[in-house]
Design a protein around this ligand. Sequence first.
Ligand code: PEP
Ligand code: MN
Length: 332
Amino acid sequence: MIAVIKKNTSKEQIAHLTSWLEEQGVEVHPSYGVDYTVLGLVGDTSKIDMELLDSLAIVDTVKRISDPFKQCNRNFHPEDTVIDIGGVKIGGGHFAMIAGPCSVESREQMIAVAKSVKAAGATLLRGGAFKPRTSPYDFQGLKAHGIEYLLEAKKETGMPIVTEIMNANHLPLFEDVDVIQVGARNMQNFELLKELGKTKKTILLKRGLANTLKEFLMSAEYIMSEGNGNIILCERGIRTYETYTRNTMDISAIPLLHELSHLPVIADPSHATGKSRLVEPMAMASVAAGADGLMIEVHNDPAHALCDGAQSLTPDNFAHLAGKIQKVREII
Ligand code: PEP
Ligand code: MN
């Protein structure tokens, strides 16, 4: 961390600041210029309150040199992390295709969709049992029964399953779930992240609706700091002023996250766009930008879906998309 001290600051004021910083366990290396003095802070600067330092009258600017996220940082671990989910690998050149309905609606629906997405090339099955809905009057998911139907679909097709958790108290229900999803709305539910960090499960962490990539990686850091490094990052679009789409797909997040972190990065063009016709082009763009996988909402009857029908592909649409993705992957 570097603190630039304002012009005309006295030596005594700088000495006073220096001893305050040293008391917090860092070494202070001053460089005296003609007008400004620069203090280089070396050591564990994580305890330094950057905003407080910046607010001092004699301080001009403060800059953090190292990233606040450590364990998910590529500098800390230069090789790509490869996660193995019951034999399905993701990251480091391994591509995963996650598909399934927004929410689990019935046993029959789940098994029918599972079979059709598997036939089209999906490697993991998704379905929401606990649904984070904007309105409390909307369908909230089948909860424990939803997980039961997902497990039946897994048994029928052999595909590992992905489903969202909203409350750490529900963890016992997720014992046989292969990948636990943390949805956009819970990206900064730090207590939930810490609990998931104590498990060995693979966590699919979605970017929050209005979160920066740094905040996103700090959330991954919460899980890793408790000992669980099995994390997949998912770009799912962010809120902007655009209203034609449900969110704005931030394709640049994909190569940037790869630069910053060693964790696998997937894209969810379904929630990013909210419109089924935009899912395929955004899926292709994501893969061209280096995504390690895709998460696509597929419903057997989108017009009657209990959740997110407008962005859901039919199994035929999904098969078409999967063919296109295969071609993009061959090119890149
Ligand atoms: C979902 O995947 O069904 C979901 C609710 O996504 P998000 O958290 O990205 O809105
Ligand atoms: Mn959805």
